[in-house]
Design a protein around this ligand. Sequence first.
Ligand code: SF4
Length: 424
Amino acid sequence: MRFALVNPNWCFAGSVYFGCREPHLPLELGYAARALEDAGHEAVIIDAHLFNLSLGDLRARLEDFAPDFTVLVTAPTYLFWRCAQPELTVPELTAAAIIEAAGVLVAVGPHPSTSPGSVLAKLRADAVLRGEFEQALPLLADKDWREIPGLVFNWRGRLHGKDGRVQTAKVEALPALSWPDEWISRHVHHHHRFDAPPKGPGAEVEASRGCPFGCVFCAREYFRGVYRKRPMATVLAEIDGLLSRGVEYVYFIDELFLADRPLLSELAARGLKFGIQTRIDIWKPRDLELLGRAGCVSVEAGLECLTPDVRALLGKRSAMSTEQMVERLVMAKSNIPFVQANLVDVGCESPDFVAEWRDRLHSRGIWANDPVPIFPYPGSNIYRRKWGEPDDLAWERALQDYHAGVTRLSELQDAWSMPAAVGS
Ligand code: SF4
């Protein structure tokens, strides 16, 4: 069978989305293509974002390929599944443009993982596959759909598959990815890098997936939940392949990059530059020294709030005080050129208090962002506490609640996304 794997050409104008808007490597589609090929299918990834394809270009590419199945993602790369844009504007426009050329249209992503029925209807898809889909796609061609966990579809006027199951990938079996030269040369973006301008291409890599912590705002209940590692040999093979093609910098998309000394020692021997996101309280001083020596030039660490009580409310328990975390961030900064303390706004800390702390952090060389008001993502504990299990109106409900409760957006966000833009 022929499978087209489509990353839409993203646009977040008017969205409360606060993630990066540059194209990144669609790792999940890379894994999916390999799983399909290993199962004897033909797979092509069409990245309309990286190649800036219009809807007409995308449709023409599909007409040329004539797929039996088209898989469409509803959020840009795994890196942003936990903070996806609430609205489905781009996937809806994309689905409408390609539907006649798509063959069987299957949607994947954070939206169908939490609200499969509504995504099925809005995208007029034939099915949605919930959760970490990449190794499950061959089942679409080989198996009775009613037996595929997490597959939701209409059949004989009835919605099948709404039994709460989701796909979970065997992360240890994900292969080392290799991207075409043209993809690498187009990937000029160095995600979250601020120490120096790019000299060569950038890339994204995944060393581990999931997180053992349980912050209540974290949207990871249906994907990327349990902590799992890819074998170090696989990660290094992927990185060596990227280095041999001139890649200068990689960003590890891991939810929580842990202090893995063997991996860091291997990276130190390669002269690569890289960025990570992590929690600063899990890093010991000697590991921070190795992290810097390994080539890390960017650390994004979730401090979230400045008072321990508010952090505890968010489920971000730590034995460290705010002062101790700041000292650990400063220690990181002595080894690494750029260190950011991520802040969120839960409405419990006054603007003056936050501004004073941000100044204090900036004076010590730590960047602290304008706090982003917490979005009650379907798939987070915050959503569940407010409204229970996500249903087909979950994303609209969350966005309307955000509109009603938030009076000031972070400078990282674009503008208000009107509820009408959520979808039809
Ligand atoms: S530390 Fe908290 S916010 Fe970060 S990935 Fe883990 S649960 Fe999510």
